[in-house]
Write a protein that binds this ligand. Structure first.
Ligand SMILES: Cc1cc2nc3c(=O)[nH]c(=O)nc-3n(C[C@H](O)[C@H](O)[C@H](O)COP(=O)(O)OP(=O)(O)OC[C@H]3O[C@@H](n4cnc5c(N)ncnc54)[C@H](O)[C@@H]3O)c2cc1C
Length: 181
């Protein structure tokens, strides 16, 4: 069983993958590679003055793969609960996971399929740790926000979800802090 399956490889999904893979959880990202970032040019991502959206995504993919995450270009068709974890059905195969991070942009279909509660405005209901009403299932990025759709916000959501997973694994609040040598 995979530790963490992430559906969606935009800024939210890859940010979650970076944190979980960097901290030694087996991490698989399924991505149809239709991120909005392919239509964007960023001038508002902190620390980067100007970058083409697709170029940003290429660097992000290389970054998470360098930390051991696997990215599969498969479309997830269904998700469900199974054996205390989750089953993820793609157009190629079925996979089991202990934690599930949904990062499918504004597409809320899989979250609804899983039975995640929604808010009055139709977004997926989450707390600050991005966990949904379904234990160990997280929702991030466009699907949890009515309008505030920005790359840096999605990346923050993904990081928050991953830190909650890592905290559960550690049994105490987890900080991914590194210091200069
Ligand atoms: C024209 C335009 C310009 C923009 N300009 C800016 C800008 O200047 N600055 C800025 O900060 N933001 C900008 N944005 C917004 C930014 O692109 C989004 O906020 C960001 O991409 C959201 O990231 P995300 O990870 O939440 O979702 P997305 O980037 O949408 O990623 C979702 C990913 O999930 C995949 N996916 C969905 N369903 C499935 C499935 N069932 N199986 C497998 N994969 C799946 C999709 O293919 C996609 O790759 C712009 C958007 C547009 C449209």
């Amino acid at each position: 069983m995979t530790d963490v399956v992430i559906v969606g490889g935009g800024p939210a999904g890859l940010s979650a993958a970076l944190f979980t893979a960097k901290n030694d959880l087996e991490t698989v990202v399924f991505d149809a590679d239709e991120t909005w970032m392919h239509k964007a040019h960023l001038y508002n991502y902190l620390g980067i003055e100007s970058i083409d959206g697709s170029e940003f995504m290429e660097a992000a993919r290389e970054h998470v793969e360098a930390h051991g995450a696997t990215i599969r270009e498969e479309v997830v068709e269904a998700v469900g609960r199974h054996d205390g974890g989750f089953v993820v059905e793609t157009d190629a195969d079925d996979y089991d996971a202990r934690y599930l991070v949904l990062a499918t942009g504004t597409d809320r279909e899989l979250a609804e399929q899983l039975g995640c509660e929604t808010t009055e405005d139709g977004t997926v209901a989450v707390g600050l740790d991005m966990e949904t009403s379904v234990e160990n299932a997280y929702a991030t990025g466009g699907m949890v926000r009515d309008r505030t759709w920005q790359a840096v916000i999605s990346a923050g959501d993904g990081g928050a979800a991953a830190l909650d997973v890592l905290s559960k694994e550690a049994g105490e609040p987890f900080h991914d802090f590194d210091s200069p040598e």
